[in-house]
Design a protein around this ligand. Sequence first.
Ligand SMILES: Cc1ncc(C[n+]2csc(CCOP(=O)(O)OP(=O)(O)O)c2C)c(N)n1
Ligand SMILES: [Mg+2]
Length: 893
Amino acid sequence: MPQIETDGLEVLETREWVDSLDYVLSKGGGPNRAGRLLQQLALHARREAGINLPFSATTPYQNTIAVRQQPPFPGSQEMERRIKSLVRWNALAMVVRANKIQEGIGGHISTFASAATLYEVAFNHFFRAQTETGDRDVVYFQGHAAPGIYSRAYLEGRLAKEKLQNFRRELKPGGGLSSYPHPWLMPDFWEFPTVSMGLGPIQAIYHARFIKYLENRGLKQTTGGKVWAFLGDGEMDEPESLGSITLASRERLDNLIFVVNCNLQRLDGPVRGNGKIIQELEAIFRGAGWNVIKVIWGTDWDNLIQNDRDGILVKRLGEVSDGQYQKYFVESGSYFRQNLFGSDPRLLKMVEHLSDDQLARMRLGGHDPIKVHAAYKAAMEHTGAPTIILAKTIKGYGLGEAGEGKNITHQQKKLNEDELQMFRSRFGIPIPDDELHDAPFYRPSDDSAEIKYMQAQRQQLGGYMPQRKVRATPLKSVPESYFKEFDKGTEGREVSTTMVFVRLLAKLLRDPELGKLIVPIIPDEARTFGMEALFRQVGIYSNVGQLYEPVDMDTLLYYKEAKDGQILEEGITEAGSMCSFIAAGTAYANHGINTIPFFIYYSMFGFQRIGDLIWAAADMRCRGFLIGGTAGRTTLAGEGLQHQDGHSHVLALPVPNLLAYDPAFAYEIGIIIQDGIKRMYIDQESIFYYLTVTNEPLPMPEIPKEGNVREGVLKGLYRFKASQKKDAKLRAQLLGSGTIMYEALKAQKILEEKYGVATDVWSVTSYKELYRNANDCERWNMLHPSEPAKIPYVTQTLQGAQGPFIAVSDYMKVLPESLARWVPGQLVSLGTDGFGRSESRVALRDFFEVDAKHIVLATLGALAREKKIATDVVQRAIKELGIDPEKANPAIS
Ligand SMILES: Cc1ncc(C[n+]2csc(CCOP(=O)(O)OP(=O)(O)O)c2C)c(N)n1
Ligand SMILES: [Mg+2]
């Protein structure tokens, strides 16, 4: 803020300068020329007198768009006001009714109440369901503004009244409306689940980037669609909201528009009571290179601000804190006059022509369609950078005593009769007093002027929004040949399952049809996973190509960036990478393109770091493959506690439509990925995959000839290696997974050779699938008691195999234990519960008791419990195997 001058001569001098500038602005070259002139002045001042203008991250507390730059409003303001009132009423009624019928069912009134103008201007003039070039806009609606969006859809005739009546009552006969945007629950309506705060903004950024990627790679022909994200000012505190904003400017995402509803409040109270959220966000986004448009004051303020030649009013407006502004919203006009303008007699003079009432009704920018329209138009036309619109509003606008601007307003869902009456009258809804008590919905007839107007506007913009559609046609086939190679194994050559995966990926990338649809996503771990060959093969995506000579240009596998590069090398951001995964995995719906994302990352930084984004992906019916690299608690030598993952498969359990596999062998990976592509992209199932791969080089076996291995791999269990000792008296079954499978195979040998125990070794590729199937059967049996019981796949498969059953994996013991009820015999589970250690694989497996000797011991112990061998044998084995029975428990050490 500049100093305000009081010295008469200085004031005069300043006036002269300002007048000169005004002259240039009006008569000379306009704003551009004026801008250049100011820059030259600043340069001159620095060069001649060493004057450095102080850095300012913010601009004064006024609208970015000057009144004279405002375009004329293209529609009927009066008509749009009436429509907006109808939307407001039904949104409010929806929540009030729901809570009348069942107290505590929840819902939000005040968020949409503050955002109604922001949405309505966009619905009537900007959101394009289809552009002239066949493209479209995508919109991330603020999650808890959902009642307003439903309300509009009701007025548009897209949602029946019964649906609105069942807001938040989704299990009612005929269905209801979900509380927030959930594509899983309303797959024809919602596209993006946004109510977990912060996930909307970061996804919008990566989505806008992914659209440019599709265009630059020639997968999407048309351009011009915008990604809009409607956000709360409180929501901007989430690290995800701000964490990736420089990506948007770096990538020049002029197809991205953030609209932040700055109602100055969050759930509990003010967002920045002692500060100013609009100024804070302006500084952050300006600093990050965004185009920032502030929409603070409505038309009512235009004259005051224009007449503020010396800037004293704008200075005062900039001094007042948000907490105090909130107080003005709930106070009288006289309080406003005294408190804000009373600080300076000149200010009081500026408003003396306005009554207290007029002062109290001075509208804010976010409630003024003219200002909002101007901002949207400027955002649409801006090139070279993303735009953020910071619109000042009042939370609970229109609720009056029931909550307008009050701290309790976020949770307000009940209005008494007086409050309903007031709201009804304020917005002119033609419902008589005696019908008001249960807040009836109100929709004028189809041929009313309001409905006709809103329909015409939407028609002009290409249709209704939001609307979720699957726009891609299914893939025809998955080429078999790429997967077959893995059935042969490696003939003794040692390779890691990561290498197997990378090889498969490289092959798929070469396919003339499928290849271009693959989207490899890596958060700065390509070299960790031996994927650097792909840099050269398909290139790293860069929106500007490669503007430098890469340091390793003379090598075969140089770091190649290209405009049509295929790899999304995201840098160190698992959250950002996951957003790219979601954008690519939902492009079948959003853009009609069957992109197939493969996101490979350190498995430890997946579910436990970005679990909420994975949950959102599931909700969104996202497709693709999450690949947890260096997975397993004991397969990663040296790295220790922070890196060794022994629980991602447990964390994968809660995600309902996620299939999780822990493959041991090359052919298993081939089978799973082939079937995955088929199920997701040909059969169009709303599922996605999690596969763990490890970095331990091991010889990959051939696919067993006997049994239906393919089915077993996919369902989660099959016999990999039967014992040759048909006549053995002692028998047991070993269940192995991932790399620990090799320990099970070693144990099989020791048990047979040293202890005369014949064991079959089974490969468990997916505990999750087995668990899901068993529960499904059990549930069906419970509900159909008089029909023949369904037998879970795990039980069917192990039936006849003589127990005990010893299961071992590189994950927590709870995974196999989840199946205990359905395993036909005693189940003993070995796993890696506890914190990891920096050590060698051998030492780690000893520490976690998942190596061959512990498998042997567990097997003998189980046989002893079944009285098939004597305890002495087990006692002796502990010695023979070199196990220290007093060693610390890894689970808690
Ligand atoms: C990650 C997350 N944390 C907490 C919440 C609960 N919550 C829902 S709305 C809300 C306040 C939102 O404030 P703001 O972003 O300013 O939106 P407004 O309603 O004011 O427009 C909170 C805390 C949530 N939905 N997501
Ligand atoms: Mg808010």
